[in-house]
Design a protein. Structure first.
Length: 245
């Protein structure tokens, strides 16, 4: 696993830039700590809603030669930096994601806001199948709805539940600490905090503060006595376009 390459990636448009840049700051630090390359696109061109961009962006990263892509939505930030995502990887699984259970009674809801996906023919086929689900182009869950359909969670998108066990055999549902939704659950020390479901104003008020607090906490724990040993500018300034780290 140490020899396999990882990219950590996201994308966002101009309207989301004030949020996405803070997400990227945490991703940049995480990537530096765990030997991962950062890729982000803050000017994506797409004929569908921006949430669909990952379905085209991830294959481009596969084409660059990355063995795994860690995808985070732009309204998610890393809040704990000491856990390497490689620790969740299993040899027989190609897709890793969280599914949320809100009250213990409803069916769990797979959430594509945080994904780890392996560069395999299976993954490429799955992404293409998601893209072909044009009926979900403007669904409230966009590409996530298409993925739910393919996995067989059709009851969540207006159909009848019929789990696709052949595809699910390659999926690993991971701890919700990797995609913590503060609106719906309580986790003491999440790894990734995802502000999904909030208004844009609430995201703008909460996400930057959470990102900066997480980075500050990391810096204080890493350099408890020698504050002058911290990077001169952390988080660093970000440029625009497709970012590379």
């Amino acid at each position: 696993m140490e020899n396999q390459s990882f990219a950590i990636a996201t994308s966002f448009d101009r309207a989301f830039r004030g949020i996405g840049e803070y997400a990227v700051m945490t991703m940049q630090l995480y990537g530096a700590l765990h030997n991962m390359s950062l890729r982000f696109d803050d000017n994506p061109v797409l004929e569908r809603p921006i949430a669909w961009h990952r379905i085209k962006f991830i294959p481009k990263l596969f084409a660059e030669g990355f063995d795994f892509v860690v995808w985070m939505d732009a309204d998610a930030v890393i809040t704990r930096f000491n856990v390497d995502v490689r620790s969740i990887i299993k040899p027989d699984k190609d897709l890793y994601m969280v599914q949320h259970e809100y009250n213990g009674k409803d069916d769990p809801i797979p959430n594509s806001g945080f994904l780890v996906i392996r560069n395999t023919s299976w993954s490429k086929k799955l992404l293409e199948e998601i893209w072909q689900k044009k009926e979900y182009t403007n669904h409230k869950w966009w590409e996530n709805a298409a993925l739910m359909d393919i996995l067989g969670y059709k009851n969540l998108v207006g159909g009848v539940r019929n789990l696709n066990h052949e595809i699910l055999a390659k999926v690993e549902f991971i701890s919700s600490e990797w995609n913590y939704l503060p609106m719906h659950e309580v986790i003491a020390e999440p790894i990734v905090t995802h502000f999904a479901g909030l208004s844009r104003d609430d995201r703008l008020s909460q996400l930057p503060k959470t990102a900066m607090q997480a980075i500050q906490k990391w810096a204080e724990n890493t350099y408890p006595e020698k504050n002058d040993a911290r990077p001169a500018e952390y988080p660093p300034r970000l440029g625009h376009g497709v970012g590379v780290c």
